[in-house]
Design a protein around this ligand. Structure first.
Ligand SMILES: Nc1ncnc2c1ncn2[C@@H]1O[C@H](COP(=O)(O)OP(=O)(O)OP(=O)(O)O)[C@@H](O)[C@H]1O
Length: 226
């Protein structure tokens, strides 16, 4: 069964003469447990597509289905809850709260979904352990290296046991060795927990690790390698 279906999705920015069509009719089907790379040049529409797939943005036209249910029929409140409970995000622009500790940052999605007390702490500690940061759990996020911050982002993304992790350039700012460690964590989660991985990347080696590579050019899917 298809987990996520994107049907003839367009997305325009601006109006009149300054109107720009960032996506020009993209259709995709993603099954549960797949790993998918979205690749393409800067400005080709990758992040726009990712935001729409992650239900963070709405298409100008076209449809998104989650588990074969049209998201048009889902109210904002339920959509927020679905996003919080079933998606994990590793986005560079989703910053950590610098003054809060690693533990507090990782507990945040649980707090939003109403999990309290000991259970919240237990789940967060498990996620922190999974990314090898137990020793730093009480450190402020600001006092970590780039790779460690990215690991906190992954711990926060996986703490709710999501079905899908969306990652936008997850290793973009990291040296190659640290980047590989982050990739290993993501792909271990994918293999061991059947988490669907959707990764936007410029990195050919990272894309090659995914089962599917979808290439976007000027707002259209031009090629798919599987
Ligand atoms: N809020 C916006 N307003 C106007 N144009 C936008 C907006 N967001 C994106 N665009 C334009 O849409 C196009 C696609 O942008 P998008 O961020 O999806 O590209 P990308 O492939 O992710 O690029 P990069 O690899 O550089 O991050 C670009 O030409 C961009 O300038």
């Amino acid at each position: 069964m298809s987990l996520l279906t994107i049907e003839k999705v367009t997305r325009s920015y601006g109006k009149g003469e300054s109107k720009f069509e960032a996506l020009k009719g993209v259709s995709l089907d993603i099954d549960k447990g797949e790993s998918v790379a979205i690749v393409g040049k800067s400005g080709s529409g990758k992040s726009t597509l990712m935001h729409i797939m992650a239900l963070l943005d709405q298409p100008t036209s076209g449809e998104i289905k989650l588990n074969e249910r049209s998201t048009k029929d889902i109210r904002a409140k339920e959509l927020n809850s679905i996003r919080n409970k079933t998606f994990g995000f590793v986005f560079q622009q989703f910053f950590l709260n610098a003054k809060d500790t690693v533990l507090e940052n990782v507990m945040l999605p649980l707090k939003i979904s109403g999990i309290t007390g000991r259970k919240r702490q237990e789940m967060a500690l498990k996620a922190i352990d999974a990314v090898g940061l137990s020793e730093k759990k009480n450190n402020r996020a600001s006092d970590l290296s780039g790779g460690q911050k990215q690991r906190v982002c992954i711990a926060r993304a996986l703490v709710n046991n999501p079905n899908i992790i969306f990652a936008d350039e997850p290793t973009g700012n990291l040296d190659s060795q640290t980047g590989e460690k982050i990739e290993d964590i993501l792909f271990d989660l994918h293999r061991n927990n059947q988490i669907t991985l959707i990764i936007v990347t410029h990195d050919d080696d990272l894309a090659a690790k995914c089962e599917r590579q979808i290439q976007i050019r000027d707002g259209e899917v031009v090629k798919e390698l599987a």
